[in-house]
Ligand binder design. Structure first.
Ligand code: ATP
Length: 264
């Protein structure tokens, strides 16, 4: 059954991105990207290494500028940074700040005194992410998965409408990665933020997403958009179902055929 789509929050229309390289020809990272992401939707981006997935997140949050096409955001604010939170593969925590102070970093960067609300929000987020007992510890005292949870709490601190996640679990072992996927799903089911999630794992993309955008090798283009019609809430055991396998195989086939066609 087709899901009813909500109104778009991000619209990309024929977007290109070229990186200028002095003395060499430009790198065409993205070509003709058109997509509409609905408010509250969970969308994954999969594609070969170097196809421009990170670039797409960076032009969406304004860290990079697109070179052609148009982008529209319907977030209720002109301040893109306010509307978006970003989670990177490495959590990039400041080692001299405690866990709680790392989560409060975006708040502190704005300047002025912290309000009690800010501290309470940081504490609530940390408790939600099972870090209630580690708020006053330092990053070096935490495992990789715990550090990544701190990165997620920090990205959620200003309550963004959109969460951009660039291979957030890529550096974690398989079990921690599964656990983190489930926790992310729980947060998403509760808050229904719009999530754009970059991953190399096809099964992770199917487990988490409403839609999976499949990209070609560089220059990155969208070659397929897969609606994942698996029921929610999802569980890890869904991975063993026939329907799940069907989605994974379909996406794998698309990526393989693109790889065969691409110039080497
Ligand atoms: N600042 C930059 N200057 C020049 N070229 C860049 C820059 N950043 C990225 N590129 C190039 O743009 C292309 C896309 O890179 P990007 O990091 O977006 O790919 P990706 O799909 O996220 O890769 P991966 O899956 O390996 O992380 C690559 O060829 C890369 O070398």
């Amino acid at each position: 059954m087709a899901r009813q789509r909500r109104r778009p929050i991000i619209e990309l229309d024929h977007v290109d991105k070229h990186y200028r390289a002095r003395g060499r020809s430009d790198v065409v990272a993205l070509r003709d990207i058109s997509a509409s992401i609905a408010d509250g939707e969970f969308v994954s981006l999969v594609g070969p290494s170097g196809c421009g997935k990170s670039t797409l997140l960076k032009i969406i949050n304004g860290l990079e500028r697109h070179t052609a096409g148009t982008m529209r955001f319907h977030t209720g604010t002109d301040d893109r940074r306010q509307a978006m939170g970003m989670v990177f593969q490495q959590p990039l925590l400041l080692p001299w700040r405690t866990v709680k102070d790392n989560v409060l970093l975006p708040r502190d960067l704005v300047g002025g005194r912290r309000r009690r609300d800010d501290t309470e929000r940081a504490e609530t987020l940390l408790r939600t992410l099972s870090l209630g007992d580690f708020m006053d510890r330092y990053p070096r005292e935490l495992s990789g998965g715990m550090q990544q949870r701190v990165g997620i709490a920090r990205a959620l601190m200003h309550d963004p409408r959109i969460l951009l996640m660039d291979e957030p679990f890529g550096a974690l072992d398989a079990m921690t990665r599964d656990q983190m996927s489930l926790e992310l799903l729980q947060i998403w089911e509760r808050d229904r933020k719009t999530v754009l999630f970059v991953t190399h794992s096809i099964s992770e993309s199917v487990l988490l997403s409403d839609r999976v955008i499949v990209m070609s090798s560089r220059p990155g283009r969208i070659v397929s958009v897969v609606d994942v019609e698996l029921p929610r809430p999802r569980r890890l055991s869904d991975i063993n179902t026939e329907q799940f396998g069907h989605y994974v195989k379909g996406i794998r086939r698309t990526l393989d055929s693109e790889h065969e066609l691409s110039p080497r």
